[in-house]
Design a binder for this molecule. Structure first.
Ligand SMILES: *Cc1c(COP(=O)(O)O)cnc(C)c1O
Length: 424
């Protein structure tokens, strides 16, 4: 059967064991949403849990901290417990707090202890800018020159990293390594287990940014023995704009004094004693700072429930089948259109999205949007397409490629400027 046919896509959708989750999301019928790695869609369960939290304020006032279905005082821990299976951690190693960048600041403030010759932070030149800004400011806060103390591993091809290059850069001058689990542009998965082992052999602490991997693929942070990790929850976890982020601290490090202290990092029994010397919590909760953003955490109660039900193993399996299908169709239907697929094809190295490059990417994205396909443009020439296991179908993938093919065949993208919008 022709793979771009409706019948073929329908046959793939019939075999899809996760198809029932699609109707739990708000999907506009006239759009094909392929941007879940930038902002995941809203689900009915997330909406429900937001309403429950609004009602708890309405009905309980201050009592909401300890009463009702979701007592606010324990929500960060509860969400940590719900997230732990997604990253292969124990419940008390995970806390939902802050944002990616704020959590990276906290973790560096805690774990980055330049000493003697070991003063440098190892990252990579393909890292997300915000992570690099945080790293540089942490170096500066210690009175050192960021240009001399930040090592950025080079990419050989501009899109991917070689683990052996990263390991070669792990010298005895490196104190901490900060690397992505999945690269935000190309979608390459780094071998987090191998990198953790290599870092530890060399006396280096290692932490991963899981923004593009959490919710898309399983992790084994405890098995790998990774020191710490941090992430946002508005991408694959569908927590909504600005949803509360998360962090993981390996239990080996429990008791390590938080670099940025605040009363919500206290031992919960002691917090309201109001003493001037803090008694930090004995687990990951110690790395919270101030009062949790309850309403930004609320959607996660509903959203994470779906991950528990679906199972991250099943999500990963479907995600790979979706990206396989997308790659096959692009190769078959758009062979001479100037696209190159810059995501690794090997399943072991491919995250939850596909990264295409094209010289006219900005205006192709505009044309796609006009025709109802929502991609994600990354300057200067990248198009990220994320078919998401919980709410995209194989037919969405098929329709997106049909539309893309039409746009390329008659050149209708040329009526747009080849420039990005404010948010890209
Ligand atoms: C999305 C993303 C961020 C965003 O950080 P926020 O603090 O949530 O704004 C940071 N790093 C990476 C790798 C990301 O993908």
């Amino acid at each position: 059967m022709n793979r771009i046919s409706e019948e073929y896509a329908a046959s793939l959708d019939r075999e899809d064991a996760l198809a029932r989750f699609r109707e739990e999301f708000y999907i506009r019928p006239e759009t094909i949403y392929l941007d879940g790695n930038s902002l995941g869609l809203m689900s009915k369960r997330a909406e429900r849990s937001m309403h429950e939290l609004i009602d708890s304020w309405k009905e309980s006032g201050i009592g909401g901290w300890t009463e009702g279905k979701h007592p606010w005082y324990f929500m960060a821990e509860r969400l940590g417990e719900m997230s732990a299976p997604l990253i292969g951690a124990e419940p008390d190693e995970v806390i939902m707090t802050g944002s990616t960048t704020a959590n990276l600041h906290q973790l560096l403030a805690t774990f980055y202890r330049p000493e003697g010759k070991r003063t440098k932070i190892l990252a990579d030149e393909l890292n997300f800018p915000s992570d690099l800004y945080a790293i540089k400011s942490q170096i500066e806060l210690r009175g050192m020159d960021p240009d001399a103390h930040l090592i950025k591993v080079r990419s050989r091809d501009g899109n991917t990293l070689e683990e052996k290059d990263i390991i070669a850069a792990m010298t005895d001058e490196v104190a901490v390594a900060i690397l992505p689990g999945v690269l935000y542009r190309s979608g390459q998965i780094l071998d987090m287990g191998r990198l953790t082992a290599a870092a530890h052999e060399r006396g280096i602490l290692i932490g991963f940014d899981l923004c593009h991997s959490i919710g898309a693929l399983p992790h084994s942070l405890d098995v790998w023995d990774t020191d710490f990790a941090f992430w946002c929850t508005y991408k694959h976890l569908n927590g909504g704009p600005g949803a509360t982020g998360g962090l993981f601290v390996n239990r080996r490090h429990f008791g390590k004094k938080p670099g940025l202290a605040g009363w919500f990092g206290s031992d919960k029994e002691k917090q309201f004693d109001m003493e001037h010397d803090m008694t930090p919590a004995g687990e990951a909760g110690a790395y919270q700072v101030g009062t949790p953003n309850i309403f930004s955490s609320a959607p996660l109660l509903g959203s994470l429930e779906m991950f528990t039900e679906a199972g991250i193993g099943n999500i990963r399996e479907k995600s790979l089948r979706l990206t396989d299908y997308l790659i096959e169709l692009i190769e078959e239907e758009l062979p001479q259109s100037g696209f190159s697929i810059s995501t690794p094809l090997d399943h072991g190295r491919r995250g939850g999205h596909v990264y295409l490059e094209h010289d006219e990417a900005a205006r192709i994205c505009r044309a796609l949007k006009e025709e109802g396909v929502i991609p994600d443009f990354r300057a200067p020439k990248g198009i990220r397409l994320a078919p998401v296991a919980l709410y995209n179908s194989f037919d969405h993938v098929r329709q997106a490629v049909v539309i893309l093919k039409g746009i390329m065949e008659d050149g209708r993208y040329k009526k747009f400027d080849n420039q990005r919008d404010v948010i890209a």
